[in-house]
Design a protein around this ligand. Structure first.
Ligand SMILES: Nc1nc2c(ncn2[C@@H]2O[C@H](COP(=O)(O)OP(=O)(O)OP(=O)(O)O)[C@@H](O)[C@H]2O)c(=O)[nH]1
Ligand SMILES: [Mg+2]
Length: 260
């Protein structure tokens, strides 16, 4: 069985770009990779999927033929995928690979916060060691209250998908070194972050201590900072994925891969 990496995250956070770069990174490190595209609405992919739901259902055709809007078509498409997830699982069984990377639809609330998304993943990932990467745009989380908001969204997604998760702050190439250092200072001390939030930004009647505790309690997963454009931070991302999937050991999966 391969190891599975499911990539989730807010719209436009860079899920598809990260998959393409992570595949290149893994191949450069002598691992075999297969990619599953679960986004029925994507038009152009920067990678060649081994399994593609667009061959099963195309959201754009549903829009045209059933007169649906973009979200209605995506809902209908993902429901169809869930009903036929067994077929995708059968295709996965034929793949001989170390890593299975799974790209998910742009509008993640339609995938994660309706029944079809988790049902599909359950079927695809049965008996596979899996991790999910939750992507957000790093420029969004630089503001303290946005960071808390991203943590809540990541946790909320975790409760739906129920996989171990890594919080991936993407697009660090767009953020200055100084801002990133300041942000890392926040990350290392929830109390500093909480003080910033209570100082000016929330109407919740929580004290600084309470907010710091909430941040600490939500922050149970690794956080890594990467650029999917230039692969900055990918060594840390890989190490973090390994820690979750293989308990930190470098590994070769049981399944013999053609290249090994
Ligand atoms: N500068 C920079 N841009 C990035 C990075 N990752 C993604 N992008 C850009 O962000 C935009 C969205 O990237 P996608 O990979 O399509 O994001 P996505 O999350 O798959 O988007 P949807 O599936 O449509 O929600 C594209 O213009 C990418 O080129 C990054 O690390 N740095
Ligand atoms: Mg995408």
């Amino acid at each position: 069985m391969p190891y599975a990496v499911v990539v989730l995250g807010t719209a436009g956070s860079g899920k598809t770009t990260l998959i393409a770069s992570l595949a290149d990174y893994l191949v450069a490190n002598e691992m075999d990779v297969a990619i599953v595209n679960l986004d029925p609405a994507v038009e152009v992919l920067p990678y060649k999927p081994d399994i593609d739901v667009r061959e099963m259902v195309d959201a754009r055709t549903l829009m045209r033929e059933q007169g649906l809007g973009p979200n209605g078509a995506l809902v209908a498409a993902i429901d169809i995928v869930a009903l036929r997830a067994d077929e995708l699982r059968d295709e996965i069984e034929y793949l001989k690979t170390n890593y299975l990377l799974i790209d998910t639809p742009g509008q993640m609330e339609i995938f994660a916060f309706r029944e079809a998304g988790p049902i599909t993943l359950n079927i695809l990932l049965e008996n596979m060691k899996s991790v999910s990467l939750f992507l957000v745009d790093v420029s969004f989380v630089l503001k303290p209250s946005n960071y808390l908001s991203a943590l809540l969204l990541a946790s909320s997604t975790h409760f739906r998908i129920k996989l171990p998760q890594i919080l991936v702050l993407n697009k660090i190439d767009l953020v200055g070194e100084q801002l990133l250092e300041e942000f890392d200072r926040y990350l290392s001390d929830p109390y500093i972050l909480a003080e910033e939030i209570t100082g000016r930004e929330t109407i919740f009647p929580w004290s600084t201590d309470e907010i710091a505790t909430i941040i600490e309690k939500l922050n149970v997963f690794d956080t890594v900072e990467v650029s999917s454009k230039n692969m900055q931070g990918f060594d840390q991302l890989y190490a973090s994925i390994q820690r979750v999937l293989a308990g930190g050991e470098d590994f070769y999966t049981e399944e013999p891969s053609p290249r090994l």
